[in-house]
Write a new protein. Sequence first.
Length: 239
Amino acid sequence: MKKIRGFTLLETLVSLTIFSFVVFATLAFFTNARSHFMKIKDEHETNQAAFSAIDKIKTDLFQSGTGLFIPSRLKVLECIICSEGILSITISEKTCSIDSSLFAGQTRIFLKDSYSLKKKRKLCIFDSRKGEIKEISSVGSDSCVISSPLTNSYEKNNVSIVLLRELKFYLDQRTKTLRRKVNASPAQPLLEETSQFSCSYDKMTNLVTIAISQKRKKEIKYEAFLFPKNTALSLPLSK
C-alpha cells in the first residue's frame, strides 16, 4: 500500500505566508480604491453644492427688478446692490389695488385686498413721475398702516403699489456658511464650509459677478457672470 505523504511544516509556513501576502495586498488595494472613491465623491459633492448655490443666486438675480421698471428708472430703489460682501436683490412680489387716491401725510392705505401683507414688509408706491418706499407697521382686513406719512400725493388711476420681496446673500463668518435671507425672516443656509463669498455689480453694463470659494478646495474659485434682463431695462439710454 502506497504511503500518503502530507505537507511538511516548512511547506505549510510558506503557503500561509504567500496566502497572507495575497490577502493583505488585496485588502490594501480595496482600501486604497475606497479611499480614492470617497475622495472623488467628496469632490463631486463639493462641486455640486457650489454649483447649486450659484444656480439659486442666478435664479433670484434673473428675477430682480421684475415689475419695478418705473421706480428703478425714477431712482426710487435699486434692484441690485453689492456692498461689503452682501448681495441685495429686490423683486416685485405682488401688485396691490387701492380704493381711493392717496394724499401727502396719509398713513393708512385702504386696499381691495390686504392678503399676504405683513408687518415690516415694504411697499413701493409710485406713478410715472415720482415714488417712495414705505414699511408696513400694521395690517387690517381692508387696509394697512405705513410707518411714516406719505411724502407725495397720488391719483387712484395713475398710482401703482407693489409689495416688495427683498433677498440678501452673505457669508456668515462665524459658521463659514453662505446664507440666503428673505425679507425679515431668519437667514437660511445655502452653502456650508464656505471660505469666501464676493460680489460686484457694474450699473453701467448691468453685469453681476459672483465668486465663491470653499474650505475644502480653497484653490478653486467658482465664478459666475450674469446679465439680469429686467434691470437692463432701467439702464440710461446711450446718446
